[in-house]
Write a protein of this length. Structure first.
Length: 420
């Protein structure tokens, strides 16, 4: 037997229902926000993710890099933002004075140590707003991500926010942070010791308890930003307050990717049962990336959610609109013909119907119908179907009526408000 590669998942029908619901929800949700769908390649040039100065752990340790048959150096995309910005620049889809908004759904690859909620191939749903910068966009994007989570039924999460500043402020901050940490080096965790020189920022979000205690008096990025930046940040937070979006300022939130500047945020939940992988999503602003990749001097802000993590949350997608309205089943094989013909007719009339091809026990069929979110179960039983009568069970009200075949259409139409 050949097994699937380590860190990958098969999405089997029990879970795939939820995935389909999630993608359908995403398309509708993004339309409401006027965000357009974009798809970029799953592999990109190696250089896109390994640009000068990129020292994030993701790039140094976690990318899948390979040579193709013509010796081109390529990388399986570890995240979506760089590819979208590459596409934005390459296709010149920028319009001065405006901003463009895109969303994406797709697989990403990181060579990590696999465990629950941390995979080598995983899916993300993300969005990027690129163009003229304004603090209302930060607020718009964060509330969009927040409403997305609420929209799929997730209530139990924390929104953490921090403000990093730009390259200049961050460079000063990094020096001071290093200087603060150096005398503590011996007491820090092994991982953090390795980061002191190369990537001190990441020490801030270390999960080690000892590290966290040592960080209590560490410098804070908010003390390094300009007055203008502080004012913009406050304005963004004010909008969130007005929209009743609750958040916490977390001085240790730095995020794992190096392109961030100014605002960063993360959605965390304790439900994922893992101290280090409790983020369902996150994002922030990137002021330099577009220009660094050859585009105009415009900024971007975006977020991405981990799809597997969303699907693993117990309340996600429980109450989204049902997939089907009517489930048809039959008790005896002799009734399968009638039920199949009626199923085909209802489908042609735009009802959302499902035909249980194999007659299971009635109890199982009720369970199946409920699993698909069906409102009605039509039962064809030879005791009545010989007389052209079907049992119509309302699964929400637990009631049942008998109807003649010719009455079905009008009855269902009236109760389900199906458009012709
Ligand atoms: P990220 O925080 O690296 O951000 O990933 C976003 C989400 O993807 C995480 O919160 C997590 O839910 C999920 N995720 C990441 N790695 C894994 C993994 N190995 N297994 C399962 N799920 C995972 C980004 O990728 C940025 N591109 C987000 C962004 C968009 N920033 C600006 N625009």
């Amino acid at each position: 037997m050949i097994s699937r590669p380590k860190g990958t998942n098969d999405l089997l029908p029990t879970e795939s229902q939820k995935f389909v619901k999630l993608t359908n929800f995403t398309h509708k949700f993004m339309k409401k926000y006027n965000v357009e769908f974009i798809r970029t390649p799953i592999f990109e040039s190696y250089e896109l993710f390994h640009r000068n100065g990129e020292l994030s752990d993701m790039v140094t340790k976690e990318t899948y890099d390979f040579l193709d048959r013509a010796n081109r150096k390529l990388t399986l995309r570890p995240e979506g933002t760089a590819g979208i910005v590459r596409s934005y620049v390459e296709n010149k889809i920028f319009s001065p004075g405006h901003f463009s908004s895109y969303y994406y759904i797709g697989p990403f690859f990181r060579y990590e140590r696999p465990q629950k909620n941390r995979y080598r191939e995983f899916y993300q749903i993300g969005a990027e707003l690129i163009g003229n910068k304004h603090f209302t966009q930060d607020a718009e994007l964060i509330s969009m991500a927040y409403n997305f989570l609420k929209g799929i039924g997730i209530e139990d999460f924390k929104l953490k926010i921090n403000y990093l500043g730009n390259h200049e402020e961050l460079s000063k901050f990094k020096i001071d942070l290093s200087n603060y940490l150096k005398p503590l080096k011996e007491s820090l965790s092994k991982e953090s010791q390795l980061r002191i020189e190369k990537n001190p920022l990441r020490i801030l979000d270390s999960k080690s308890e000892t590290d966290r205690k040592l960080l209590i008096n560490a410098p804070k990025t908010l003390d390094y930003i300009s007055q203008k930046q502080a004012k913009e940040f406050q304005q963004t937070l004010k909008i969130l307050d007005k929209k009743h979006i609750s958040y916490e300022i977390d001085h240790t939130l730095v995020r794992g990717i190096d392109y961030y500047s100014e605002i960063v945020f993360e959605f965390q939940t304790s439900e994922l049962n893992s101290s280090s992988h409790n983020a369902v999503g996150g994002g922030g602003r990137y002021n330099d990336l577009v220009n660094e990749l050859g585009g105009p001097k415009v900024s971007g802000v975006g977020f991405a959610f981990g799809v597997e993590r969303l699907l693993n949350l117990k309340n996600s997608l429980n109450s989204l609109p049902e997939n089907i309205d009517i489930f048809l089943t039959y008790i005896d094989d002799v009734d399968s013909l009638d039920s199949y013909i009626i199923f085909s007719n209802l489908r042609m009339k735009n009802f959302k119907v499902y035909f249980g091809y194999k007659s299971n026990t009635l109890k199982t069929e009720i369970k199946n119908a409920l699993g698909l979110g069906s409102k009605y179960l039509l039962i064809f039983d030879s005791k009545t179907s010989g007389k052209g009568i079907v049992q119509v069970r309302n699964l929400q009200q637990h009631s049942q009526v008998e109807l003649k075949y010719e009455e079905l259409d009008a009855y269902l139409r009236e109760n389900l408000e199906v458009k012709k």
